[in-house]
Design a protein around this ligand. Structure first.
Ligand SMILES: Nc1ncnc2c1ncn2[C@@H]1O[C@H](COP(=O)(O)OP(=O)(O)OP(=O)(O)O)[C@@H](O)[C@H]1O
Length: 695
């Protein structure tokens, strides 16, 4: 339109029009998409292709226009490529000063004066330049271009943001002053594009494409586009982490033996592990995406996926098995977004088997605990005390009563009669049974160590004292029972200290300065005659009274021969288990020997005799007399020959018993008075009363 208007406004002669038409036709015939260039006077100045024309205008300084020169240069280039006669064209150039215009199809559409052409094109080009600038600035990518000399000629807004440099500051300056990375300079030199290059600009991760700008084959600059991929990289890193986690979880779920299923909020399966696939004989690919009710019988997963309540260890009939399952809702931001289900046991039978195995293991554990207790010094109860004799039954009943309280108990009796056994049994029948039972053998600990053994010591109390000190047995037994065995062997000095503990119920460590309250029950035992010791000044009477609150006088085995049979059987069973041997029992004549023997070593001696016998046996099923220790056989013969002596002892015992009964009658049942009548100590009378079962 503009061209047509211009044509009308520019006066042109008919001849000129003809000439122009001729020239235009020439161009048209050659099929060039371009324009004939005429000068101010309408003389044809040349022809120009559209692309060259735009370039020529872009490169021109319109204020000091040298279009004709530019055009001339381009025209010559064009003419050369078109094989046109340059001479002829040059002469035409002088004749006309007009610019004809052809359309994109090469048809001449008018003429334009040089001034108007320049004006038109310059208006148009400026518009183009502004439009281009707006486009470049709207790009999310940074664009930087340099010219042949490496000077920045293009720097869009995004490049300003990325580099923190304004375009005004950057344009015209060498690239390296703005960017440390010399990639663009390299591309300018090599002409080789560098695509998808990662680099850091400031804190941003940038993806760069660098390409050379070419004119023909000549590199006239280089352009780089920059894309900020920091966010993308962060997202990618997060995605990678999530992917890693997902695959770890998946492989963990795959490798466990229990079947696991995961459903979304609507009950559609999103995960189904290998174990579940095997259980149901299905393929994971087939079931994922299906509704859980289509895959698992009697499932409640879709219900749990909408609730907030877990269902733990529920029975569920799946493929004819009574499976045990657990269903747990998956919560996200306080909302249920799905559920995870787990088959704990494919069949309840497995659970039963497991529970059987468990109880088996538990009983094994109990067995080992029991064995350990034995190794650690026995843990007897009243039931372990064998014997049905009246004396033993009575003692057990007293022991039970003593167990209910906290009073000190004194256990008297010959060696091996079971004093320690009773001490244990009292502790185990008492409320203190879960607290420690601490035994101290007063005869076994050297005198100079007994004090620190019982009371403990503070650090630095004496040379060789352990760092940090050491608690004594009293402290260790706190809350429980301390069993002072062989109390008769304690020195008078220690007796005084023990008395203080019993009175004040507090102890002080050796080398310490503060007292510690203790709560314990004391059970003392001895095979010595404490009263005789008191008389000789070897045992403190006051301590004796403190200890002698409840006394258990354990009878020697010879005074309860009715227990020998039972004890022998029980002890033999114990020995058989320990030695892992087969013995059917004790032959009658061997049993006679056991029954008649006086057993100075009491039950310990009986146990040893039986153990010896078992070791001496060959293939005999029963213990025979010859397996028993010689002293038993000897004493049997001696006894046969010594019936009179036996009668004498019995007669003596009978007389003693009668004398006590009479004294008690005379004293009206008052034991202190009776003891005085008999001329014995009160405790001596008590012992006799127990001996003759006179209650
Ligand atoms: N009534 C009983 N039933 C079963 N075993 C018994 C009985 N009495 C004692 N024994 C066993 O006899 C052995 C000696 O018992 P214990 O050590 O209790 O005697 P004691 O009187 O404390 O001996 P000592 O005075 O030498 O310390 C132990 O092996 C114990 O198990």
């Amino acid at each position: 339109m503009l061209v047509r208007t211009l044509m009308r406004e520019i006066p042109i002669t008919f001849t000129e029009q003809m000439k122009l038409r001729e020239a235009a036709v020439n161009i048209n015939e050659r099929g060039i998409d371009g324009a004939i260039v005429v000068n101010n006077a309408g003389i044809i100045a040349g022809i120009i292709t559209k692309s060259h024309l735009i370039k020529a205008i872009a490169e021109s300084d319109f204020d000091q226009l040298a279009v004709s020169e530019v055009m001339t240069r381009n025209v010559f280039t064009l003419m050369d490529s078109m094989n046109l006669n340059r001479q002829r064209f040059m002469s035409e150039l002088h004749k006309y000063s007009l610019y004809p215009v052809v359309d994109s199809e090469g048809k001449p559409v008018g003429i334009i004066s040089r001034t108007d052409l320049v004006k038109y094109l310059s208006d148009h080009a400026l518009f183009l330049a502004e439009e281009l600038r707006a486009v470049l600035d709207s790009l999310h990518s940074g664009v930087i271009a340099i010219n042949e000399e490496g000077l920045i000629i293009l720097f869009n807004q995004r490049a300003e943001i990325l580099t923190g440099t304004s375009a005004a500051n950057a344009i015209g300056r060498p690239l390296h002053e703005i960017l440390s990375n010399g990639g663009l300079q390299r591309v300018l030199q090599t002409g080789i594009p560098e695509l998808n290059q990662k680099q850091n600009i400031g804190n941003c991760q940038i993806l760069t494409n660098r390409t050379p700008i070419k004119q023909g084959n000549r590199i006239v600059g280089a352009v780089a586009t920059f894309q900020d991929i920091t966010e993308l990289e962060n997202v990618a890193a997060q995605l990678e982490a999530v992917q890693g986690l997902k695959s770890t979880l998946e492989s963990a779920l795959e490798s466990i033996f229990e079947g696991v299923v995961v459903v979304d909020r609507n009950g559609y399966i999103t995960m189904f592990n290998r174990a579940y696939c095997e259980f149901l004989d299905v393929d994971a690919k087939e079931v994922i995406g299906k509704h859980v009710t289509e895959v698992i019988d009697n499932t409640r997963m879709h219900i749990v996926a909408r609730s907030e309540k877990s269902e733990v260890a529920e029975m569920q009939q799946i493929r004819g098995s009574n499976a045990v399952v657990t269903r747990i809702p998956i919560m996200k931001d306080g909302e249920t977004v799905g559920a995870v289900g787990k088959v704990l046991f494919e069949d309840i039978k497995d659970l039963k088997m497991l529970s059987k195995k468990f109880s088996h293991l538990q009983s094994e554990l109990e067995y080992y605990k029991e064995e350990l207790r034995k190794v650690q010094g026995g843990n007897y109860t009243l039931e372990n005390i064998i014997g049905t004799s009246e004396k033993i039954e009575w003692l057990k009943s007293i022991a039970l009563k003593a167990a209910r309280g906290t009073s000190t108990v004194l256990v008297l009796g010959e060696s091996g009669t079971g004093k320690e056994l009773f001490a244990h049994a009292i502790h185990n029948a008492s409320l203190r049974r879960h607290a420690p039972f601490i035994k101290v053998n007063c005869a076994a600990v050297p005198e100079n160590l007994l004090e620190s053994e019982l009371f403990g010591y503070e650090e630095g109390a004496f040379t060789g004292a352990r760092k940090g000190g050491k608690p004594g047995k009293f402290e260790l037994a706190n809350g429980g029972t301390i069993f002072l065995d062989e109390i008769g062997d304690m020195t008078l000095g220690m007796q005084a200290k023990l008395l203080r503990v019993l009175q004040e119920r507090e102890i002080e460590r050796v080398g310490g300065t503060k007292s510690v309250k203790i709560d314990l029950r004391v059970i003392a035992a001895t095979n010595r005659d404490l009263e005789a010791m008191i008389e000789k000044g070897e045992f403190r009477q006051d301590l004796y009274y403190r200890l002698n609150v409840i006394t258990l006088q354990i009878p020697p085995l010879r005074e309860r021969s009715e227990d020998i049979l039972l004890l022998s059987k029980a002890l033999l069973a114990k020995i058989k288990m320990q030695l892992k041997c087969e013995v059917e029992g004790i032959a009658a004549d061997a049993m006679d020997l056991l029954l008649q023997y006086q057993w100075p070593g009491n039950i310990r001696e009986l146990e040893n005799a039986l153990e010896r016998a078992v070791n001496l046996m060959d293939d005999e099923p029963f213990i025979l007399p010859e397996h028993l220790p010689p002293q038993l056989r000897k004493s049997y013969k001696a006894r046969e020959n010594d019936d009179h002596a036996k009668d004498l002892t019995e007669a003596k015992n009978d007389a003693e018993k009668q004398a006590i009964i009479k004294a008690l009658e005379a004293a009206g049942g008052n034991r202190t008075k009776a003891a005085k009548i008999l001329g014995v100590h009160r405790s001596g009378l008590y012992q006799k009363l127990q001996k003759y079962s006179l209650r």
